[in-house]
Design a protein around this ligand. Structure first.
Ligand SMILES: [Zn+2]
Length: 224
């Protein structure tokens, strides 16, 4: 496989984005979705995708999008490991609030050496999850990607446990913390309004109504 140490920050960001999209949609990542996630023009995605395919990091599926090769997946998981260990270290050791660690990790993940990351992980006792509930890949690229359900897809009357929340938006993380929608929280869906209307959730005895964007960002394991 290619030497991961030689990958540039933009390449690492692309591979990470493809990984996240494949995970979310359960198949090839559409190049439009990739452009949106990376905040770049679709035309510039095409060029980068071709280069990454030439390097054996992903495969282009006509009309469907891109998929990581084994080498690409391993590289993406290495970056995710660095990102999530940095987040954990900042939150646990340095006392950063959970809505401020993502931005720092986005920058530091490209600079940290494997040794630094391994020492940080060891200092934390090799955590399995980051502060937002995302699984931390091992050094060998093993990761606990269990199937989770978005809160917006949980039926009325069902009980669930929050496992993971999206960390893309600092403001949303603060809002989720205010609502108590944190990893580990037990919730019951009280009511779902039709046509993508709000979802009313009981969180520790308090009824809160959340919009679709929030309900999509909260991933749960449904009881039973
Ligand atoms: Zn993050």
């Amino acid at each position: 496989m290619p030497n991961e140490a030689a990958l540039t920050a933009p390449v690492e960001d692309y591979l990470k984005a493809v990984y996240e999209l494949e995970r979310r949609f359960g198949g090839a990542a559409a190049t439009n979705a990739l452009a949106e996630r990376l905040g770049v023009a679709p035309a510039s995605v095409t060029g980068m995708v071709r280069r990454l395919a030439d390097q054996g990091l992903l495969e282009y599926e006509r009309y469907r999008g891109v998929r990581l090769t084994d080498a690409g997946r391993l590289a993406a998981l290495r970056t995710l490991r660095r990102h999530r260990i940095i987040e954990s270290y900042l939150a646990t050791v340095l006392g950063y609030p959970w809505d401020r660690v993502h931005g720092e990790a986005e920058r530091l993940e490209h600079a940290a050496s494997d040794e630094l990351i391994d020492r940080m992980a060891a200092a934390l006792g090799d955590p399995a999850f980051d502060p937002h509930g995302a699984p931390i890949p091992t050094r060998d690229g093993a990761v606990d990607e269990r199937r989770l359900t978005a809160l917006c897809d949980v039926g009325a009357g069902q009980r669930a446990r929050v496992v993971r929340v999206s960390d893309d938006d600092d403001g949303m993380l603060r809002y989720l913390a205010e609502l108590g929608l944190l990893p580990g929280a037990a919730v019951t869906v009280v009511e779902r309004a039709p046509y993508d209307g709000p979802v009313t959730v009981d969180v520790s005895g308090r009824a809160v109504a959340v919009g679709t964007a929030v309900a999509e960002a909260v991933l749960v394991e449904v009881d039973g």
